[in-house]
Design a protein around this ligand. Sequence first.
Ligand code: B12
Ligand code: SF4
Length: 556
Amino acid sequence: MNPQNSSSSVTHPRGTRARVLLSSVFGPYAQNDEFGSRAINPMELYHNQVTRAQGAFSLRMFHRSWGIMLIQANISAPCTVLDFPTREAFARELTSHDYEVVGISSIIINVGKVREMCRMVRQLSPHSTIIIGGHVTAIPGIEHLADADHYVRGEGISWMRRYLGEDVTAPIKHPAIVSGIQTRAMGMRLPERRGSTAATIIPSVGCPMGCSFCATSSFFGGKGNFCNFYETGDELFDIMEGFETSLGVQTFFIMDENFLLHRKRALQLLARMKAAGKSWGMAVFASANAIKLYTMQELVELGISWVWMGLESPHSVYTKLKGTDTRKLTHELRSHGIRVQGSTIIGLEHHTPANITDEIEHACSHETDFHQFMLYTPVPGTPLYREMKEQGRMLDFVDLADIHGQFKFNFQHAAISREDSKRFLDWAFLHDFECNGPSLYRMCQTMLQGWRRYRDYPDPRVRERFAREMQKLRTGYSAALWAMEHQFRSVNRSVSEKMKALRKDVENESGFIARLSSRALGPLLLWTTRREERRLAKGKTYEPPTFLERTNWAST
Ligand code: B12
Ligand code: SF4
């Protein structure tokens, strides 16, 4: 239980019989509106903050609101989750059922929507108790911005259980979560076959590293603290095995801010995987110093196929990078078939107009598979925010809806202006794309390296995993390489030549199938890519579908 939670001892008079609606904020998201939606800030992970300069090559997908899904799975009260509603759908749900409790989940930028949703609840379902949870509650004075009854800071499952008079110490049940929804790339929607998309596993929330700018860390207790839902590798193994059966998956997106930091748990999971012959793949977030706790063999045997890692400037002061040559590490990981998603902050304290381009070039020289760039952003609730506030450097006129790290500085930087911050950020994305090519191509490079290195590895689990990846390379990806190579000729000829060489390598390794697929499907993908470029140029955006899920429900 987080001590910052408001009203932590209050319980609802109907206890676990109270009907609960849990909702994320309403859409649409990827367009400018009066509630704080911004075209620049779509409800998409990659297209928002990673591949957004990659045009039709950008990887596009949505992710569900896992916080409310976890809460729903862990209360026994009748509960509805409404995810990505429209305003109309939210109003309809409020009026068509009698909810005693309405919980709204949001991050800071969407506070305008939270305010509107509270107003709607007061009007349409005046007897409901309104609870606001998630990062939005880190805003100082949130009580004056949105009219709720409770503002829940930090971990929400235990708060909700206590509020409903349920057992706070009961084990956490993990809901079955398909990680990405409606994935598209190069103008094509990928088929959503059973098991084709990873399952999300959430072992914990928060991060004990406590970097001063980090909202996730500070929201769950800051340096030295975090909330662990599953302490042991055994628990994780059982959950993963369950989803292998129910969802048909063999890959997992581990949503833990620093999964590899917990070495004992990871190695216990590895031992169970080995004993049961599990050829699973895992995408994880991990800091460079945590990755260094493992040998490459351990990482590969654990099934680590994707690492999201901070690559701050060599001159930064963050302990997560201490003593690590991140370029060497990135190169090494990729040579073992592990895709690297780098994350670089633009506008650190020591950045100036004179050194920032070198720093961005240094970041791009890592040649990661994916690269996220974010503006250095003091976010309410973080130590950095408090520090900037004390120094009188926060720009108080900036709308909260614009504090998402992809627009302009929200504070007075020592050397870089607010306008230039956006220019440097945009250039970073573009430069990475133009120098290194589409992320889809870079992934293919890494997958081939992994397969070549591990195809004869003694552990059959590892061989099987790389063989699965190679199967994708010789079919769909091979066709994508053909199309990328042709489309990229006008952007960067030398990168296009490298794509061609890679495609030839894949074909040489796989023979007829890869050649057939690149020649037959490649031109089709080139056509869909160009069609998508035209659509994007006309302003096409994508929105997630609405989900409505009820549990413990008996209709009235
Ligand atoms: C998945 C994710 C997304 C998904 C969105 C999924 C969705 N449906 O909303 C995508 C990729 C689209 C996304 C986009 C963005 N995101 Co995001 N995202 C995350 C991420 C990685 C995981 C969130 C998660 O599910 N965590 C696990 C769950 C269990 O934790 P939780 O949501 O916090 O929920 C717990 C509590 O908060 C609480 N709780 C939550 N809701 C409720 C509701 C009630 C009623 C109660 C009682 C409690 C409660 O209980 C839960 C269990 O303990 C987090 C980082 C992180 N590790 O949390 C960033 C994070 C939430 N995102 C963030 C940001 C800034 C963004 C973007 C603005 C980024 C950008 N510029 O690209 C955009 C905004 C898009 C938009 N238009 O809204 C910030 C929020 C900062 C802040 N202080 O507000 C975070 C914390 C990352 C960071 N460290 O900066 N994001
Ligand atoms: S290591 Fe990453 S998740 Fe952990 S506090 Fe630092 S920035 Fe946040």
